[in-house]
Design a protein around this ligand. Structure first.
Ligand SMILES: *Cc1c(COP(=O)(O)O)cnc(C)c1O
Ligand code: SF4
Length: 360
């Protein structure tokens, strides 16, 4: 590993030195010929890219390392399950103009690039993401902005992709400032995994640009406590210090974070660096990621076991993004045991029962 490369802390160096072939990967983790062959087969369907930084977090001696499992293709991706879908969230159906998804009344998703610094094996949008390094063409951007301008009910624009922070600061500023110029847009959100996989991208140039367009909110995507490194911590704290509230959206992934102790450690590490856990997603039905799926009850149980035991703001909302465009549906343990006109019978976090009388 070129850990001591002179430009290690330069995000453009990290980006241009991403590991994209099995041959390069062999320099990081031991691979025999059969494993290399499997990876090459996967790469015919879904591409791989791993920043040298993120690759350096892999424990090469552990085939089930949680960082490795998120980044390195597995032959299980080639065994499709009958529930797999190309567009699991039905985003094409809710797209009034290309690159815009308008599902909820007051907010839209604006997909500005299909490029990411690391291609997560569990990606929901893997059908589009990483197919090609495509950023939104100027004409399509203008069309998307026209759409947002024509809908005064849109008050929250979520800039996502792909990862918008893989774009140059100048290109991103062009997009952010254009959205900010629309009078009825109150909040601009950015979805990015950069703090986790390319933390050096969070530099003064980026933050001083974003600060000009407040209120900006950012959501990132940590899945495992081992991702919380000094570099990631610096990036998150710099974002928050720039006045940007920073949330986290994790995906519940089998063999990676599907146990209460790992989840607890992750959530506590997040709040310690001022990142607010926002959503925990049930894994979607994207192609070739069935091996990451857990049973729905497992997520419910994990959150039940944490609720009441750690700070309320450290516990995310567990959601299923319903197939076919149903949107996010929160699910949790049912704390209401019984309910009628007179009273509600409730269970507390310790499993004790309490009565709350209804107003007469
Ligand atoms: C997730 C999502 C949003 C944002 O939803 P919040 O619950 O407000 O975070 C908006 N549009 C689409 C299509 C989404 O999938
Ligand atoms: S960063 Fe997000 S969009 Fe990009 S590959 Fe990972 S999950 Fe998909």
């Amino acid at each position: 590993m070129e850990k001591r490369a002179e430009r290690w802390n330069d995000w453009k160096w990290q980006f241009s030195h991403r590991i994209t072939t099995s041959g390069q990967l062999k320099g990081v983790i031991p691979l025999d010929e059969a494993e290399r062959g499997d990876i090459d087969k996967c790469l015919e369907h879904f591409r791989m890219a791993i920043t040298p930084y993120y690759a350096s977090l892999i424990d090469p001696s552990d085939p089930n390392d949680p960082i490795r499992m998120q980044a390195v293709p597995s032959p299980r991706e080639l065994t499709p399950s009958e529930d797999d879908m190309g567009d699991p969230l039905g985003e094409e159906h809710d797209s009034p103009v290309p690159f815009v998804v308008h599902r909820y009344p007051d907010r839209v998703l604006l997909l500005v690039t299909f490029q990411c610094s690391m291609y997560c094996r569990h990606c929901t949008r893997r059908r589009a993401v990483g197919e090609e390094d495509k950023i939104i063409p100027e004409r399509a951007l203008q069309r998307a902005l026209d759409y947002i301008r024509s809908r005064p009910e849109i008050r929250d624009v979520l800039i996502s992709g792909g990862d918008p922070l893989t774009m140059s600061t100048a290109k991103l500023e062009h997009i952010v400032s254009s959205v900010r110029a629309i009078e009825h847009v109150e909040v601009i959100r950015i979805g990015t995994r950069v703090p986790v996989v390319l933390p050096m991208r969070v530099d003064e140039e980026l933050l001083s640009m974003l600060r000009k367009y407040h209120p900006i909110w950012i959501n990132t995507h940590f899945n495992h406590p081992r991702e919380v490194t000094p570099e990631a911590k610096r990036a998150c704290e710099a974002i928050v210090d720039a006045g940007i509230p920073l949330g986290n959206q994790s995906v519940l992934l089998r063999g990676i974070n599907d146990d209460a102790e790992t989840m607890r450690e992750l959530l506590l590490k997040l709040v310690k660096m001022r990142v607010r856990p926002y959503y925990l997603y049930q894994c979607d039905l994207s192609q070739g990621i069935g091996h990451f799926r857990t049973r729905v009850e497992e997520g419910v149980e994990i959150l039940k076991s944490l609720t009441g035991r750690i700070s309320g703001f450290a516990v995310p909302k567990f959601v299923i993004d319903a197939p076919d465009g149903g949107g996010k549906i929160p699910i949790q343990h049912d704390y209401v045991l019984k309910k009628d006109d007179r009273e509600v019978l409730l269970e507390n976090w310790k499993g004790e029962t309490y009565r709350y009388p209804q107003p007469k």
